[in-house]
Every structure is written in structure tokens, then in C-alpha cells.
Design a protein around this ligand. Structure first.
Ligand SMILES: *Cc1c(COP(=O)(O)O)cnc(C)c1O
Length: 219
């Protein structure tokens, strides 16, 4: 894989304020270092154990993004170093992140995952559940957590209209929250297959794996 070339190509097509997260799950440290040596610093992983191992072995100025489903009992392992947790899908998880962050006196930045796909299997808050959270006193309730935006995954389909509609709805909700809360500024949506649609629909953070590092054997 021509990691540096792929990175440059994608970056050249992103809007100026859009951050590219290079999703390195299942990929080797040497492949990650290829991206690092091409000056890339933002990487995403979806498994806690793999994330911790890579954090320990790789340069310390990497910003590590936890993009997968996070179990409450594993928050403590990533709390000291994680840059942004994308997949917060319950108040229980928020409360555990707050607890672990308070123990080490660190403020942890998170995104609320919204369920926008038609598939049952995708995690996340419904819009209604998210409204409940944002209408509660979430800032005072979780003082060691900074909710800085939203994350969503579109339905896995070839129908671009479906994908666009889901991203569009999420962006509308994001813009509404952003106009109410100063701290809301990040909209994480778009992966290898749909990041172009996502940026057209307002994404300012895309999570791209296989289009940078090549296809994965599993997950
Ligand atoms: C794996 C993964 C990605 C990247 O997927 P690609 O299709 O390889 O770009 C993005 N977001 C999440 C949450 C993922 O788990």
C-alpha cells in the first residue's frame, strides 16, 4: 500500500477544517509509522487492547481516537491518554468516563454516537434519547467529560441517497446543538466508502481506514 500517497490524495479533497482520522485497526505498527513519517498524527482504533499496545509502542505525539464500541469496564485503560472517544452510546458510559477521568484529574473529550442507520446492529443514541441527554444538565453532571460533538455511521448500502439523507439529518441536529452549546464543534461522519458524501453533508471529521492502509482481513 502507498500509505503516504493515499493520505495526500484524501487530504487534498477535504475541506480545510476537516480532520482526517487514519483508522489503523488490525494494521501493523510499521504501516502506522509510514503514515506518521508522512506527518500524520491522528489515528483511530476500535479495540481497547490493541489501542493500548499501539499507544505504548508508538511515538507519544500521536493523537489516539477510540472509534469503536467501548465497554464501561475498559474505560480505565485508555483514560490517561485517549484524545477523543467517538462512540459514546449511553449515559452509563458517560458516567464511567467521568469517574475514570476524575481519578486522574483529566478532562476527556467525547462524541455522542447517534444511531442514524437502518440496521439494528449499529450502536448509538436515538435522536430522542440524545435530546433527553442534552436537555439534562449534562455539563454539570459530567464535569470531567467534554462533549464536543456527534458521531454517526450511515447504513451499509450502495444507495447514496439513503446515506446522504442519514448524514443530512445528523448534520441538521449537529448544527442545532452547535448553535446552543459553545463546546459542540465536531461532527464525525464518513468512512472509506462514504466520506465524500459525508463532507458534502457537513462532516468535519472523517474516519478512513481501508482507503489509506488497504483492505482488512477481518472486521
Ligand atoms: C473500521 C471503522 C472505520 C473505517 O472503516 P473503513 O471502511 O476501513 O474506512 C470508521 N469508523 C468506524 C467506527 C470503524 O469501526
Amino acid at each position: 500500500m502507498h500509505v503516504e500517497h493515499n493520505l495526500q490524495l484524501i487530504k487534498s479533497k477535504l475541506p480545510p477544517k476537516c480532520t482526517l482520522i487514519a483508522v489503523s485497526k488490525t494494521k501493523s505498527n510499521s504501516l502506522i509509522l509510514e503514515a506518521y513519517n508522512a506527518n500524520h498524527r491522528q489515528f483511530g482504533e476500535n479495540k481497547v487492547q490493541e489501542l493500548v499496545q499501539k499507544y505504548e509502542l508508538l511515538p507519544k505525539d500521536i493523537e489516539w481516537h477510540m472509534i469503536g464500541h467501548l465497554q464501561t469496564n475498559k474505560v480505565k485503560y485508555i483514560a490517561p491518554f485517549v484524545h477523543l472517544i467517538h462512540g459514546v452510546d449511553s449515559e452509563k458510559l458517560l458516567s464511567e468516563i467521568n469517574k475514570q477521568a476524575s481519578k486522574i484529574n483529566r478532562k476527556i473529550h467525547v462524541l455522542i454516537q447517534i444511531h442514524i442507520a437502518t440496521e439494528e446492529s449499529k450502536f448509538g443514541f436515538s435522536f430522542e434519547e440524545a435530546n433527553q441527554l442534552f436537555n439534562s444538565n449534562f455539563i454539570e453532571k459530567f464535569p470531567f467529560v467534554a462533549i464536543s460533538g456527534l458521531m454517526g455511521m450511515a447504513t451499509n448500502t450502495d444507495n447514496e441517497d439513503v446515506i446522504r439523507k442519514e448524514f443530512h439529518e445528523l448534520n441538521n441536529y449537529f448544527l442545532k446543538l452547535k448553535s446552543t452549546y459553545n463546546q459542540i464543534n465536531t461532527l464525525s461522519m464518513g468512512m472509506s466508502s462514504d466520506w465524500k458524501i459525508a463532507i458534502e453533508e457537513g462532516s468535519n471529521m472523517v474516519r478512513v481506514g481501508s482507503a489509506i492502509f488497504g483492505e482488512r482481513m477481518n472486521n
